[in-house]
Design a protein around this ligand. Structure first.
Ligand SMILES: [Zn+2]
Length: 314
């Protein structure tokens, strides 16, 4: 990565997933950073060290999730840097972290079969993220699929890879077969594919399409947002696809009798999750159920204010 002027900087996260990779790219004048971490004191301290030696001129955000986008507004305020990202994810960031959503999420979680107490705690966990995400940056350029840009004196193609986030972008250097993959393909963990009660109705289908899409690009090295750079992307893609296939089979088995999202979730995920983790588990369970609904393998119906999913007998 040295020859491409890209350097890895890890920014700490206060979760079990304890870091996000940010990429510092040396330009002719100053630096570009790709992703930022949360607006959190630990990230602030990590960035202070970077900023002491690296004038930041441009911030590129791969997608709107807090661990990537959260510190962008603050970093822009400190540096005056440009901020580039997709239009869709700017909209998502502004949409999700608005306080009107506390009751919005609570109602949806109740319809998923969560207890009142749990529905409230999960909704508060979402809105509690506002403090790690605000202020919003002022986006100075919107990037879209097929755009080209220069990073560290090298050309990159912008590839839209919706799924993990609707507006997520990857950056591909054809000459070196390098993919800056954000959370699209990760080496150790499976990227979370969640349904969020708004926007994309079938995120798992979208994600699988986006996995397909990048297989058309010869890739030598992947720079992921969590974990270490890796080769052999095809093997990792195959593993991720088979992981989802297993989860779909489990979800199908869990809906032999009509079941709520919460009940199916208990079959798919281990117990003892934090609120933050349970929220992702629930989102992922719905993504799998909705995928099966689209495939007409499962039907869903509302009863007494709760959604039930039931396997269509064949
Ligand atoms: Zn993400």
């Amino acid at each position: 990565m040295e020859k491409l002027n890209i350097h890895l900087h890890r920014i700490p996260l206060p979760f079990r997933l304890n870091h996000v990779n940010t990429w510092l790219v040396k330009e002719e004048h100053g630096y570009t950073v790709i992703d930022t971490g949360l607006n959190h004191p630990d990230a602030e301290a990590a960035w202070a060290k970077v900023l002491a030696e690296h004038p930041i001129r441009r911030i590129i955000i791969t997608h709107y999730h807090p661990d990537h986008y959260g510190y962008a507004g603050r970093l822009q305020a400190l540096t005056g840097a440009e901020v580039w990202m997709s239009k869709r994810d700017q909209e998502m960031a502004r949409e999700i972290w608005s306080h009107k959503h506390l009751t919005f999420f609570e109602q949806h979680y109740l319809a998923c079969g969560l207890s009142k107490e749990l529905a409230r705690r999960l909704s508060e966990n979402i809105t509690g993220f506002s403090r790690y995400v605000l202020p919003h940056p002022e986006v100075t350029r919107f990037l879209a699929d097929g755009d080209e840009l220069e990073l560290g004196g090298h050309r990159y193609e912008v590839i839209a890879v919706p799924g993990h986030a609707e507006g997520m972008l990857n950056f591909y250097n054809r000459k070196h077969g390098l993919l800056i993959a954000a959370d699209h393909v990760l080496p150790k963990i499976t990227p979370n594919i969640s349904y969020w009660f708004m926007g994309e109705p079938n995120p798992l289908a979208r994600y699988l399409q986006s996995l397909n899409k990048i297989q058309a690009y010869p890739i030598q090295l992947v720079l992921p947002s969590h974990g270490s750079p890796f080769t052999n992307v095809q093997q990792r893609i195959d593993e991720i696809i088979s992981h989802h296939q297993k989860r779909l089979d489990l979800a199908l088995a869990a809906t032999r009798q009509p079941a709520t999202v919460y009940e199916v979730n208990e079959q798919l995920f281990s117990q003892g999750l934090t609120e933050h983790e349970l929220r992702f588990a629930i989102g992922e369970t719905i993504a799998h159920l909705e995928y099966l609904v689209y495939k007409q393998q499962v039907r869903k119906f509302m009863k007494d204010g709760q959604w039930f999913y039931e396997r269509v007998s064949d």
